[in-house]
Design a protein around this ligand. Structure first.
Ligand SMILES: [Zn+2]
Ligand SMILES: [Zn+2]
Length: 81
């Protein structure tokens, strides 16, 4: 693989990661899995609140990895507003 190509793909990846973060901040009240419901579940122990209750159940059933940081989720805490 030529070195220039490798460099370009690295730059592209960095740009993608950057825009991801911005989108995340714009919609920080919505579940990052379905983008329909409000976030209401906190994952322990990374303490990310990023999904609704329904999606959190799905995540727990599918291996229990936090969609934000991919940490193993020990348990969930439902936040009430
Ligand atoms: Zn959801
Ligand atoms: Zn997390």
């Amino acid at each position: 693989m030529p070195h220039e190509l490798e460099y370009v793909s690295e730059q592209l990846q960095a740009a993608k990661i950057g825009s991801y973060k911005e989108e995340d901040q714009d919609d920080d009240d919505l579940c990052i899995v379905c983008w329909e419901k409000a976030r209401e579940v906190i994952f322990y122990n990374c303490m990310h609140m990023c999904t609704c209750q329904g999606c959190a159940k799905g995540i727990m059933a599918a291996g229990a990895l936090c969609p934000m940081c991919l940490a193993k989720i020990q348990s969930t805490i439902t936040a009430r507003f």
